[in-house]
Ligand binder design. Sequence first.
Ligand code: 13P
Length: 287
Amino acid sequence: MLVSAKEMLNKARDGHYAVGQFNINNLEWTKSILQTAEELKAPVILGVSEGAGKYMCGFDTVVGMVNGMLKGLNITVPVALHLDHGTFEGAKACINAGFSSIMFDGSHYPIEENLKLTTALVNTCDILGISLEAEVGAIGGEEDGVVGMGECADPKECKMIADLGVTMLAAGIGNIHGKYPENWPGLRFDVLENIKATVGDMPLVLHGGTGIPEDMIKKAISLGVAKINVNTECQLSFSAATRKYIEEGKDLVGKGFDPRKVLAPGCEAIKATVREKMEIFGCIGKA
Ligand code: 13P
């Protein structure tokens, strides 16, 4: 059964580790992540962007697929199915479809509007036992088709949103989605410390987990980050492994063209990436 992310994140915050959110794109992605989490006895959050939801034929399909896999793969670790960077409409659709966790990203609105829309979702999610992530200070990168350097959130605005009673808070601390540019100055730990001091107990979320050096990840966790999102890194390892299979001509040998064979190296690559991240995040054995 899918669970809210609340308990796993509170435990992570108290235990000084982070739970990974890994974004899914299809059956192979989902299966690889769930199998790795189960094997490593780690709690896990499956992230679904609205684009990926659409690609997978809608949120109902996603919920059906994930619930089916929890049963079919005998998954016993806590799994949350989470909307990533949702719009208000997307959040409503995912609540109706059976997601167990929602991110409403109102960071691009003026703070008053972000507060208003986040408030509207807080009570609904609370009643339904769904965890809710809010965002302050847009996270740069390719998020909106524009590559930025990573905005920093205003701790006062973070406090206003946190006090609404959301489960977790994503706040920009110089992190960006996708690959980090060569001249990226790194995470702003001074900003993170300030935010943590202002919002108190709230588990913080670090987006843009791809390519952040291990020491920075560990420091961020020590300063209150309890959830780390990874998307691009699985895509990169999947495509590199798939390219290698094709370039080596393996699809041309015997039944090598069978999609189950073509996609197998990519799945193994996703598993290796998820395992590597879980080792750094410290969530192995925490289920
Ligand atoms: P990356 O694609 O940089 O790993 O970021 C993922 C993310 O933050 C999803 O919300």
